[in-house]
Design a protein around this ligand. Structure first.
Ligand code: NDP
Length: 294
Protein backbone atom coordinates (compact mmCIF):
# COMPACT_ATOMS: atom_id res chain seq x y z
CA UNK A 1 0.00 0.00 0.00
CA UNK A 2 1.40 3.41 -0.98
CA UNK A 3 1.63 5.87 1.89
CA UNK A 4 1.85 9.64 1.50
CA UNK A 5 2.17 12.14 4.34
CA UNK A 6 1.11 15.77 4.55
CA UNK A 7 2.59 18.21 7.08
CA UNK A 8 0.80 21.50 7.74
CA UNK A 9 -2.98 21.72 7.56
CA UNK A 10 -3.40 25.45 7.00
CA UNK A 11 -5.55 27.24 4.44
CA UNK A 12 -3.74 25.42 1.62
CA UNK A 13 -2.79 22.20 3.36
CA UNK A 14 -6.35 21.17 4.23
CA UNK A 15 -7.62 21.03 0.63
CA UNK A 16 -4.29 19.77 -0.77
CA UNK A 17 -4.23 16.83 1.64
CA UNK A 18 -7.91 16.22 0.87
CA UNK A 19 -7.04 15.92 -2.84
CA UNK A 20 -4.33 13.37 -1.97
CA UNK A 21 -6.88 11.44 0.08
CA UNK A 22 -9.37 11.34 -2.82
CA UNK A 23 -6.63 9.93 -5.06
CA UNK A 24 -5.56 7.42 -2.38
CA UNK A 25 -9.15 6.19 -2.05
CA UNK A 26 -9.12 5.37 -5.78
CA UNK A 27 -5.71 3.69 -5.78
CA UNK A 28 -5.77 1.84 -2.46
CA UNK A 29 -3.23 4.10 -0.79
CA UNK A 30 -3.38 6.07 2.44
CA UNK A 31 -2.55 9.61 3.53
CA UNK A 32 -1.09 10.40 6.95
CA UNK A 33 -1.58 13.97 8.17
CA UNK A 34 0.23 15.95 10.84
CA UNK A 35 -0.38 19.47 12.10
CA UNK A 36 1.40 21.40 14.86
CA UNK A 37 -1.94 21.81 16.65
CA UNK A 38 -3.08 18.19 16.46
CA UNK A 39 -6.83 18.92 16.65
CA UNK A 40 -6.74 20.09 13.02
CA UNK A 41 -5.24 16.75 11.93
CA UNK A 42 -7.94 14.84 13.78
CA UNK A 43 -10.65 17.01 12.20
CA UNK A 44 -9.07 16.43 8.77
CA UNK A 45 -9.05 12.67 9.29
CA UNK A 46 -12.70 12.71 10.32
CA UNK A 47 -13.76 14.81 7.33
CA UNK A 48 -11.53 13.52 4.52
CA UNK A 49 -10.54 9.97 5.44
CA UNK A 50 -6.88 10.71 6.12
CA UNK A 51 -5.07 9.31 9.18
CA UNK A 52 -3.85 11.71 11.87
CA UNK A 53 -0.53 10.60 13.33
CA UNK A 54 2.48 11.78 15.32
CA UNK A 55 5.24 13.62 13.47
CA UNK A 56 7.70 10.75 13.83
CA UNK A 57 5.19 8.40 12.11
CA UNK A 58 5.34 10.58 8.97
CA UNK A 59 8.72 8.98 8.24
CA UNK A 60 6.87 5.81 7.10
CA UNK A 61 5.64 7.59 3.97
CA UNK A 62 7.23 7.19 0.56
CA UNK A 63 6.34 10.79 -0.29
CA UNK A 64 6.15 13.53 2.33
CA UNK A 65 4.47 16.81 1.41
CA UNK A 66 4.85 19.97 3.49
CA UNK A 67 3.06 23.32 3.22
CA UNK A 68 4.16 25.63 6.03
CA UNK A 69 4.45 29.44 6.12
CA UNK A 70 8.22 29.78 5.69
CA UNK A 71 11.40 27.79 5.04
CA UNK A 72 12.39 28.45 8.66
CA UNK A 73 9.31 26.50 9.75
CA UNK A 74 10.27 23.67 7.40
CA UNK A 75 13.80 23.66 8.90
CA UNK A 76 12.24 23.26 12.34
CA UNK A 77 10.10 20.32 11.24
CA UNK A 78 13.00 18.65 9.41
CA UNK A 79 14.96 18.91 12.67
CA UNK A 80 12.21 17.07 14.55
CA UNK A 81 11.59 14.44 11.86
CA UNK A 82 14.99 13.67 10.34
CA UNK A 83 15.86 10.89 12.76
CA UNK A 84 12.70 9.03 11.68
CA UNK A 85 13.15 9.25 7.89
CA UNK A 86 13.87 6.29 5.61
CA UNK A 87 16.27 6.30 2.64
CA UNK A 88 14.35 6.51 -0.65
CA UNK A 89 11.68 8.87 0.66
CA UNK A 90 10.91 11.94 -1.44
CA UNK A 91 10.08 15.21 0.36
CA UNK A 92 7.98 17.61 -1.72
CA UNK A 93 8.00 21.02 -0.09
CA UNK A 94 4.99 23.06 -1.25
CA UNK A 95 5.80 25.97 1.06
CA UNK A 96 6.50 29.26 -0.75
CA UNK A 97 10.03 29.00 0.51
CA UNK A 98 13.47 30.47 -0.03
CA UNK A 99 15.76 29.14 -2.79
CA UNK A 100 18.80 29.10 -0.45
CA UNK A 101 16.84 27.02 2.06
CA UNK A 102 15.91 24.52 -0.66
CA UNK A 103 19.62 23.98 -1.34
CA UNK A 104 20.57 23.52 2.31
CA UNK A 105 17.54 21.37 3.15
CA UNK A 106 18.15 19.11 0.16
CA UNK A 107 21.81 18.66 1.13
CA UNK A 108 20.83 17.95 4.74
CA UNK A 109 18.21 15.36 3.78
CA UNK A 110 20.43 13.69 1.16
CA UNK A 111 22.71 12.58 4.01
CA UNK A 112 19.74 10.39 5.04
CA UNK A 113 18.98 9.23 1.49
CA UNK A 114 15.92 11.51 1.28
CA UNK A 115 15.48 13.72 -1.82
CA UNK A 116 13.81 17.09 -1.38
CA UNK A 117 12.14 18.95 -4.24
CA UNK A 118 10.92 22.52 -3.96
CA UNK A 119 7.35 22.53 -5.25
CA UNK A 120 5.48 25.70 -4.35
CA UNK A 121 1.99 26.17 -5.70
CA UNK A 122 -0.22 28.90 -7.11
CA UNK A 123 -3.96 29.06 -7.56
CA UNK A 124 -5.03 29.93 -4.02
CA UNK A 125 -7.41 28.14 -1.71
CA UNK A 126 -10.03 27.84 -4.47
CA UNK A 127 -7.46 26.16 -6.73
CA UNK A 128 -6.51 23.79 -3.95
CA UNK A 129 -10.17 22.88 -3.34
CA UNK A 130 -10.65 22.23 -7.07
CA UNK A 131 -7.28 20.37 -7.26
CA UNK A 132 -6.21 22.64 -10.12
CA UNK A 133 -3.10 24.18 -8.55
CA UNK A 134 -0.08 25.05 -10.64
CA UNK A 135 3.06 23.47 -9.17
CA UNK A 136 6.52 24.84 -9.99
CA UNK A 137 9.15 22.21 -9.34
CA UNK A 138 12.84 22.67 -8.69
CA UNK A 139 15.25 19.73 -8.68
CA UNK A 140 16.79 17.05 -10.92
CA UNK A 141 14.59 16.19 -13.91
CA UNK A 142 14.39 12.46 -13.15
CA UNK A 143 13.23 13.12 -9.59
CA UNK A 144 10.64 15.61 -10.79
CA UNK A 145 9.28 13.11 -13.33
CA UNK A 146 9.16 10.40 -10.67
CA UNK A 147 6.95 12.50 -8.40
CA UNK A 148 4.74 14.13 -11.04
CA UNK A 149 2.05 11.45 -10.79
CA UNK A 150 1.74 11.97 -7.03
CA UNK A 151 0.64 15.61 -7.30
CA UNK A 152 -3.10 14.96 -6.97
CA UNK A 153 -3.77 18.62 -6.11
CA UNK A 154 -2.27 19.89 -9.39
CA UNK A 155 -3.86 21.02 -12.63
CA UNK A 156 -0.43 21.83 -14.03
CA UNK A 157 3.08 20.90 -12.87
CA UNK A 158 6.08 22.54 -14.50
CA UNK A 159 9.74 21.67 -13.98
CA UNK A 160 11.34 25.12 -13.85
CA UNK A 161 14.97 24.24 -13.07
CA UNK A 162 17.35 22.95 -10.43
CA UNK A 163 16.82 22.99 -6.68
CA UNK A 164 15.56 26.40 -5.58
CA UNK A 165 14.21 27.41 -9.00
CA UNK A 166 10.64 26.55 -7.99
CA UNK A 167 10.84 28.87 -4.99
CA UNK A 168 12.43 31.60 -7.12
CA UNK A 169 9.65 31.46 -9.72
CA UNK A 170 6.98 31.48 -7.03
CA UNK A 171 8.55 34.51 -5.34
CA UNK A 172 8.70 36.44 -8.60
CA UNK A 173 5.10 35.50 -9.40
CA UNK A 174 3.93 36.82 -6.06
CA UNK A 175 6.06 39.94 -6.42
CA UNK A 176 4.11 40.59 -9.64
CA UNK A 177 0.88 40.01 -7.74
CA UNK A 178 1.89 42.65 -5.19
CA UNK A 179 2.98 45.12 -7.88
CA UNK A 180 -0.23 44.64 -9.86
CA UNK A 181 -2.38 45.02 -6.77
CA UNK A 182 -0.54 48.08 -5.54
CA UNK A 183 -0.45 49.83 -8.92
CA UNK A 184 -4.12 49.14 -9.60
CA UNK A 185 -4.93 50.47 -6.13
CA UNK A 186 -3.07 53.71 -6.78
CA UNK A 187 -4.87 54.25 -10.08
CA UNK A 188 -8.30 53.40 -8.69
CA UNK A 189 -7.82 55.62 -5.62
CA UNK A 190 -7.06 58.55 -7.91
CA UNK A 191 -10.09 57.81 -10.08
CA UNK A 192 -12.25 57.51 -6.98
CA UNK A 193 -11.03 60.85 -5.67
CA UNK A 194 -12.02 62.33 -9.01
CA UNK A 195 -15.55 60.99 -8.68
CA UNK A 196 -15.29 58.20 -11.27
CA UNK A 197 -17.41 55.10 -10.65
CA UNK A 198 -14.86 52.38 -9.92
CA UNK A 199 -17.03 49.53 -11.15
CA UNK A 200 -17.29 51.29 -14.51
CA UNK A 201 -13.55 52.01 -14.51
CA UNK A 202 -12.79 48.33 -13.91
CA UNK A 203 -15.17 47.29 -16.69
CA UNK A 204 -13.05 49.38 -19.05
CA UNK A 205 -9.66 48.35 -17.63
CA UNK A 206 -10.62 44.67 -17.78
CA UNK A 207 -11.45 45.01 -21.47
CA UNK A 208 -8.21 46.90 -22.04
CA UNK A 209 -4.45 46.56 -21.72
CA UNK A 210 -4.22 47.54 -18.05
CA UNK A 211 -5.98 44.41 -16.80
CA UNK A 212 -4.47 41.83 -14.45
CA UNK A 213 -5.70 39.16 -12.08
CA UNK A 214 -5.88 41.95 -9.49
CA UNK A 215 -8.27 44.06 -11.58
CA UNK A 216 -10.24 41.14 -13.03
CA UNK A 217 -10.78 39.10 -9.89
CA UNK A 218 -9.21 40.27 -6.63
CA UNK A 219 -10.30 43.90 -6.51
CA UNK A 220 -13.92 43.40 -7.69
CA UNK A 221 -14.51 40.41 -5.40
CA UNK A 222 -12.53 41.43 -2.32
CA UNK A 223 -11.87 45.17 -2.25
CA UNK A 224 -14.90 46.88 -3.84
CA UNK A 225 -17.12 44.61 -1.74
CA UNK A 226 -15.07 45.47 1.41
CA UNK A 227 -15.06 41.71 2.18
CA UNK A 228 -11.27 41.11 2.23
CA UNK A 229 -11.83 37.37 2.94
CA UNK A 230 -8.68 36.09 4.67
CA UNK A 231 -7.46 33.27 2.40
CA UNK A 232 -3.85 34.38 1.85
CA UNK A 233 -2.19 36.49 4.50
CA UNK A 234 -0.67 39.91 3.83
CA UNK A 235 2.34 38.84 5.92
CA UNK A 236 2.89 35.89 3.57
CA UNK A 237 2.78 38.21 0.55
CA UNK A 238 5.37 40.47 2.21
CA UNK A 239 7.52 37.39 2.84
CA UNK A 240 7.25 36.36 -0.82
CA UNK A 241 8.22 39.70 -2.32
CA UNK A 242 11.11 39.81 0.17
CA UNK A 243 12.31 36.47 -1.23
CA UNK A 244 11.96 37.89 -4.75
CA UNK A 245 14.32 40.72 -3.78
CA UNK A 246 16.80 38.15 -2.45
CA UNK A 247 16.55 36.38 -5.81
CA UNK A 248 17.32 39.67 -7.56
CA UNK A 249 20.22 40.37 -5.17
CA UNK A 250 21.56 36.84 -5.63
CA UNK A 251 22.14 37.47 -9.35
CA UNK A 252 23.19 41.12 -8.83
CA UNK A 253 20.08 42.22 -10.70
CA UNK A 254 18.37 45.58 -10.55
CA UNK A 255 14.70 45.80 -9.61
CA UNK A 256 13.83 49.21 -8.12
CA UNK A 257 10.08 48.81 -8.61
CA UNK A 258 10.04 45.45 -6.80
CA UNK A 259 12.13 46.95 -4.01
CA UNK A 260 9.69 49.83 -3.59
CA UNK A 261 6.61 47.60 -3.55
CA UNK A 262 8.38 45.19 -1.18
CA UNK A 263 8.90 48.05 1.29
CA UNK A 264 5.26 49.15 0.93
CA UNK A 265 3.98 45.59 1.35
CA UNK A 266 6.08 45.13 4.49
CA UNK A 267 4.76 48.43 5.85
CA UNK A 268 1.19 47.39 5.06
CA UNK A 269 1.67 44.04 6.81
CA UNK A 270 2.82 45.90 9.92
CA UNK A 271 0.20 48.64 9.81
CA UNK A 272 -2.85 46.74 8.56
CA UNK A 273 -1.93 43.33 10.02
CA UNK A 274 -0.07 40.24 8.73
CA UNK A 275 -3.12 37.98 9.09
CA UNK A 276 -5.40 40.24 7.05
CA UNK A 277 -6.05 39.06 3.50
CA UNK A 278 -3.32 40.10 1.05
CA UNK A 279 -5.78 42.39 -0.75
CA UNK A 280 -5.87 44.51 2.42
CA UNK A 281 -2.60 45.87 0.99
CA UNK A 282 -4.91 48.38 -0.65
CA UNK A 283 -6.05 49.69 2.72
CA UNK A 284 -2.64 51.39 2.93
CA UNK A 285 -3.19 52.94 -0.51
CA UNK A 286 -6.59 54.09 0.76
CA UNK A 287 -5.04 55.70 3.84
CA UNK A 288 -2.41 57.44 1.71
CA UNK A 289 -5.17 58.85 -0.50
CA UNK A 290 -7.94 59.37 2.08
CA UNK A 291 -10.09 57.46 -0.39
CA UNK A 292 -11.80 54.11 -0.09
CA UNK A 293 -11.61 51.87 -3.16
CA UNK A 294 -15.25 50.86 -3.40
P1 NDP B 1 -1.70 29.15 7.01
O1 NDP B 1 -1.23 30.26 7.87
O2 NDP B 1 -3.15 29.03 6.71
O3 NDP B 1 -1.26 27.75 7.68
C1 NDP B 1 0.02 27.57 8.16
C2 NDP B 1 0.21 26.14 8.58
O4 NDP B 1 1.57 25.95 8.99
C3 NDP B 1 -0.64 25.70 9.77
O5 NDP B 1 -0.96 24.34 9.60
C4 NDP B 1 0.31 25.90 10.95
O6 NDP B 1 0.03 25.05 12.04
C5 NDP B 1 1.60 25.47 10.34
N1 NDP B 1 2.78 26.01 11.01
C6 NDP B 1 3.11 27.32 11.15
N2 NDP B 1 4.31 27.42 11.76
C7 NDP B 1 4.73 26.16 12.01
C8 NDP B 1 5.89 25.62 12.60
N3 NDP B 1 6.89 26.39 13.05
N4 NDP B 1 5.99 24.27 12.70
C9 NDP B 1 5.00 23.47 12.24
N5 NDP B 1 3.88 23.93 11.66
C10 NDP B 1 3.75 25.26 11.53
O7 NDP B 1 -0.82 29.20 5.70
P2 NDP B 1 -1.26 28.91 4.18
O8 NDP B 1 -1.80 27.54 4.08
O9 NDP B 1 -2.03 30.07 3.65
O10 NDP B 1 0.17 29.00 3.47
C11 NDP B 1 1.11 27.94 3.54
C12 NDP B 1 2.19 28.21 2.48
O11 NDP B 1 1.57 28.21 1.20
C13 NDP B 1 2.88 29.57 2.64
O12 NDP B 1 4.23 29.47 2.30
C14 NDP B 1 2.12 30.45 1.64
O13 NDP B 1 2.92 31.55 1.22
C15 NDP B 1 1.82 29.46 0.54
N6 NDP B 1 0.66 29.75 -0.31
C16 NDP B 1 -0.52 30.18 0.22
C17 NDP B 1 -1.61 30.42 -0.61
C18 NDP B 1 -2.95 30.88 -0.08
O14 NDP B 1 -3.80 31.28 -0.89
N7 NDP B 1 -3.19 30.85 1.23
C19 NDP B 1 -1.50 30.24 -2.07
C20 NDP B 1 -0.25 29.71 -2.51
C21 NDP B 1 0.79 29.51 -1.65
P3 NDP B 1 -1.02 25.45 13.20
O15 NDP B 1 -2.37 25.15 12.64
O16 NDP B 1 -0.63 24.54 14.31
O17 NDP B 1 -0.81 26.90 13.50
Amino acid sequence: MKTAAFLGLGAMGVPMAAALARRAAETGGRVLVWNRHADKAQAHAAEYGTQAAALEDMGQAGVIFSCLPTSADVDEVIGQLEGHLNPGTVWVDCTSGHPDAAQSQRARLLTRGVRLLDAPVSGGVSGAVAATLTVMLGGPADEVEAVRGELAFAGKAVHVGDTGAGFAVKAVNNALLAVNLWAAGEGLAALGRGGVDLGAALTVINASSGRSNATEHLIPARVLTRAFPPTFGLGLLAKDIGIALDVVGGVRGSAPVLAQVAALTRAAAQMIGPDEDHTALLKLVEQMNAQEIK
